[in-house]
Design a protein around this ligand. Structure first.
Ligand code: ARG
Length: 289
């Protein structure tokens, strides 16, 4: 009796899209206050290690052809390295943040000034929002996190400014207080109307949000709790290379099975502030160079 082995599942070919990111060297990084469960001011931090790890991420992006802009780090603003919170940008229009906690509010003017100096049109925010930490562009829609940092009003403001559908998702686990700690968009560019592949941590969302994600993204990668707990989802993607924590072993395998190339970068020191790869990476879409 002859037996035919099942055909191996087709692994799709992924296409890299060159990106332009804003980053901030963590020269003043430390943990001197606590505004999320990861931050323990009593635990010592090693600023030079943080800078070295950050530099590896920078070098990795550059070596793969991406363009990186830098904003000057400011003394007394140790969280400024997490540039994802510095705004949300589409088509050269920048919506700067209005941080929930006073410890980070001093960053607002620096990011706003940077956008102005670099040819972006700035729309002053009225509502509390933490930029791309909570807002992720997924094809034609904006996925927006609520529950810990960005306000519901900011979701409405976002829809009005960018004239796009905003899908609100409610975060429920304090460890995953920004949307970008619980969900990652793997295809930064898709054809109009097409749905990008996303990955997410189901347990970070309430039931209603999980239902929305299942309905809109039936092919999503669902990441395990253990990969989520090491900030596996706090990743950046250029459509082919996905920059992830080396600790997210299961997610690494899931990505490879879908045809993506996992690129691991260890930012363990920056995790002491409650941030990872994506937190250190703000996507700049459009705008003058
Ligand atoms: N210490 C920062 C805060 O709590 C970390 C921000 C992480 N950024 C992010 N995009 N998730 O605000």
């Amino acid at each position: 009796m002859s037996q035919t082995a099942p055909a191996p599942a087709e692994i799709p070919e992924r296409t890299q899209q060159l990106r332009r990111y804003l980053m901030c060297r963590p020269e003043h990084f430390t943990v001197s206050y606590s505004i999320n469960p990861w931050m323990e001011p009593a635990t010592p931090t090693d600023t030079s290690l943080a800078v070295r790890q950050w530099q590896t991420l920078y070098d990795t992006y550059i070596s793969l052809g991406h363009e990186i802009e830098l904003i000057d780090p400011q003394p007394g603003l140790p969280d400024m390295v997490y540039t994802a919170n510095g705004g949300f940008v589409i088509d050269g229009v920048a919506y700067p943040p209005k941080f929930r906690y006073s410890e980070r509010q001093g960053e607002e003017r620096w990011f706003t000034q940077w956008f102005r100096d670099n040819g972006f049109e700035v729309v002053e925010p009225e509502s509390m929002n933490e930029g791309e930490g909570d807002f992720l562009l997924a094809g034609d829609v904006i996925l927006a996190g609520r529950g810990f940092r960005s306000s519901d009003d900011s979701h409405r403001e976002l829809a009005a400014i960018f004239d796009r559908e905003v899908v609100s998702l409610t975060l429920v686990d304090p460890r995953f207080y920004h949307l970008d700690t619980a969900l990652s968009v793997l295809d930064p560019v898709v054809a109009p109307g097409a749905t990008p592949t996303i990955a997410y941590l189901p347990g970070a969302f309430d039931d209603e949000s999980r239902r929305i994600l299942e309905e809109r993204f039936p092919d999503a990668i669902r990441v395990s709790d253990s990969d989520g707990a090491v900030f596996g989802l706090n990743s950046a993607s250029d459509g082919r290379n996905v920059f992830i924590s080396p600790r997210a072993k299961g997610f690494e395998k899931q990505l490879a099975e879908r045809g993506y190339t996992p690129v691991t970068v260890d930012l363990s020191e920056l995790l002491l502030g409650g941030g990872g790869i994506k937190c250190c990476t703000l996507e700049l879409r459009g705008g003058a160079r």
